[in-house]
Design a protein around this ligand. Structure first.
Ligand SMILES: [Zn+2]
Length: 284
């Protein structure tokens, strides 16, 4: 092809012209392709998650397990013989593994395609929670939008993952209920956000204190007041640490008339023994 006026040359020139480059950059950025691409697990190039690491994530989340024992701030919901029963939580995997890196890549670095492994992983936890904890198709409630995501007007990680599960038979007719919980702007503004205690400054506070602050960080909307009474609810969140967020939500939703059956989370943090000042507050 030597003719200077051929469409190919035009295309070439357009492709490498400055507006062309800008357009491609914009398109690539929108598609998440501009981020240098390497496996969040092992650093292999040209992929956000290599086959081996994707396989490992599946292994790490293959058997959802009951995680409430490691979360000292979960609400007590009953008593069996001489033991207190706390709200059950089912986790797909453990935080602090490859799973956390994939979650961070998805949440904080907006590597949306990672939802291909995360949605099935969370789906397994939700499926287990539905079959073990719920008797009818419950409402699935997701605690809150992260402030960061809201400020960037970008995707909201957990609802995004639940939406990807919708339509799967594993969901047993459960539906993602949105618009039933809100955060008063003031609470969001001062960063009193849920998310399992990963924010700085929360560590030294007692669990009871944290929970009081967290309760103030949410409110049930008018729609929630209408639809929640008498409904079964399953909470879904990304990480379980102390359980203070879930406790706060449990109280709010129960007060609104919902029957909170439990929670499903992507990952449960393993509580460091004796290393966390928020433990041993006497709340247990
Ligand atoms: Zn890898």
């Amino acid at each position: 092809m030597v003719r200077g006026s051929s469409w190919r040359d035009h295309l070439d020139r357009a492709w490498f012209s400055r507006p062309g480059v800008r357009t491609r950059e914009a398109v690539a950025a929108a598609a998440g392709l501009l981020t240098p691409s390497w496996c969040v697990g092992c650093g292999a190039e040209e992929t956000d998650l290599c086959e081996e690491c994707a396989y490992d994530v599946r292994l790490l989340t293959r058997d959802p397990y009951r995680a409430e024992a490691a979360a000292p701030a979960l609400p007590v919901v009953g008593q069996t013989e001489d033991q207190l029963r706390v709200l059950p939580v089912i986790a797909a995997g453990t935080y602090g593994t490859l799973l956390s890196r994939v979650m961070l890549g998805f949440k904080d670095h907006e590597r949306i395609p990672l939802d291909r492994v995360l949605a099935p992983a969370l789906g397994r936890a939700v499926e287990a929670a539905l079959s073990q904890l719920c008797t009818e198709a419950p409402l699935i409630l997701v605690p809150a939008t992260s402030l960061k995501a809201r400020m960037r007007r970008s995707h909201d990680p957990v609802p995004h993952l639940v939406r990807r599960m919708e339509g799967r038979s594993a969901l047993r007719g459960a539906q993602l209920a949105e618009g039933m919980l809100a955060q008063p702007p003031r609470a969001a503004a001062v960063g009193m956000l849920p998310g399992g205690g990963r924010q700085k400054g929360q560590k030294g506070r007692s669990l009871a204190d944290r929970r009081r602050r967290l309760t103030g960080a949410f409110r049930v909307t008018d729609r929630g007041r209408e639809e929640l009474p008498g409904r079964e609810v399953l909470l879904v969140d990304d990480v379980l640490t102390t359980g203070a967020t879930i406790h706060a939500l449990y109280e709010l939703l129960t007060e609104a008339g919902a029957e909170v059956r439990g929670a499903a989370v992507m990952a449960a943090a393993e509580v460091p023994r004796g290393g966390d000042a928020s433990q041993g507050s006497g709340l247990e």
